[in-house]
Design a protein around this ligand. Structure first.
Ligand SMILES: [Zn+2]
Ligand SMILES: [Zn+2]
Length: 243
C-alpha cells in the first residue's frame, strides 16, 4: 500500500563545521518529529561519522534515517549521496577521505564533533570536511551509483557550491537522480527557471534546528527506502512525488 512520506533529505549535524553545535542526533530527531518529517537524509560535508548516532536516536521518534554525505567535488559542486544502510555510506566516506586533502582549522571553520545519540562528544574529526575532494563531479556520481545510492545535486538555485553556480548549467550526461532546490524557490519557479533535465526535490539543508523541515519533498511510496524514492522520482509503479 502506498503512503505519503514527508522527507527532508538534506540535514547537517554538529559534525559539519558550519553547523550549529546544537545539531545533536536526539535534538534533530525531536525537531523532525515536531515538523512531521518521516524521512531524514543525514548529509554532513564529506562525512558520515554521525549517521550511526542519528539512526539510533531517531528510533524513539519513529523517524527513518537515510545515511548520507554531502560531497564536495573538485569543481566545488555539492552532491548528496543517500543510502539505505550505513555500510555503503561509510564505504563512500573512506573513498572521499582518501581524496580529501588538508586538516580542519577549528578557529577558522568551526568544530567537527562526532557524538553519541545523546549528543555527548566522542571525538573531533580533524579532516578538512569543509574542503573540496579531488574527485570530479562525474567520479562522485559514479561512486555513489556504484554503491547503489541516490545522487542528488544540492541546492541548484544557490550561487555557491551548486552545479549551476559553479558550472553555469546542468550537464545532462551526469546521471543524477534529482536536482535539489531550496525552500526559497517554488517548484513552479524552478521548472521555469531551470527547465530541469532531472526530477526536482526540495530540502532544508538545515544547519540549525529551527530550519529542519522548512524544505521537504512528499513521496507516495510503499516504504521509506532509496529504491522506492527512486521509483517515485521516475514516476514508476504508481510511486510519485507529490507537489
Ligand atoms: Zn551544500
Ligand atoms: Zn548542505
Amino acid at each position: 500500500m502506498l503512503k505519503t512520506f514527508r522527507a527532508d533529505l538534506h540535514i547537517h549535524t554538529c559534525l559539519s563545521p558550519c553547523a550549529d553545535l546544537e545539531m545533536s542526533p536526539k535534538a534533530i530527531a525531536e525537531q523532525a518529529r515536531i515538523r512531521e518529517i518521516d524521512i531524514l537524509g543525514i548529509c554532513d560535508h564529506n562525512s558520515a561519522e554521525n549517521v550511526a548516532a542519528l539512526v539510533k536516536a531517531a528510533e524513539a521518534y519513529k523517524i527513518n534515517v537515510l545515511p548520507g554525505l554531502e560531497i564536495t567535488s573538485q569543481e566545488e559542486v555539492h552532491v548528496l549521496a543517500l543510502f539505505d544502510e550505513l555500510g555503503p555510506a561509510l564505504e563512500l566516506q573512506e573513498m572521499i577521505y582518501s581524496h580529501l586533502p588538508g586538516e580542519n582549522d577549528e578557529d577558522a571553520f568551526g568544530m567537527q564533533v562526532v557524538v553519541n545519540p545523546e549528543g555527548e562528544v566522542l571525538r573531533f574529526s580533524n579532516k578538512l570536511l569543509i574542503g573540496a575532494s579531488t574527485l570530479t563531479i562525474e567520479e562522485v556520481t559514479e561512486a555513489i551509483h556504484s554503491l547503489d545510492g541516490l545522487a542528488i545535486a544540492s541546492h541548484i538555485d544557490r550561487d555557491g557550491f551548486s552545479l549551476i553556480g559553479q558550472l553555469g548549467f546542468v550537464p545532462e550526461h551526469l546521471k543524477l537522480d534529482a536536482l535539489e532546490i531550496s525552500p526559497k524557490t517554488s517548484y513552479e519557479e524552478a521548472m521555469k527557471r531551470f527547465s530541469p533535465p532531472f526530477p526536482l526535490t526540495c530540502a532544508s539543508d538545515a544547519h540549525f534546528l529551527k530550519d529542519i523541515g522548512t524544505g521537504f519533498t512528499s513521496f507516495r511510496i510503499e516504504r521509506p527506502t532509496t529504491g522506492e524514492i527512486r521509483k517515485a522520482l521516475l514516476g514508476q509503479d504508481g510511486r510519485e512525488v507529490v507537489h
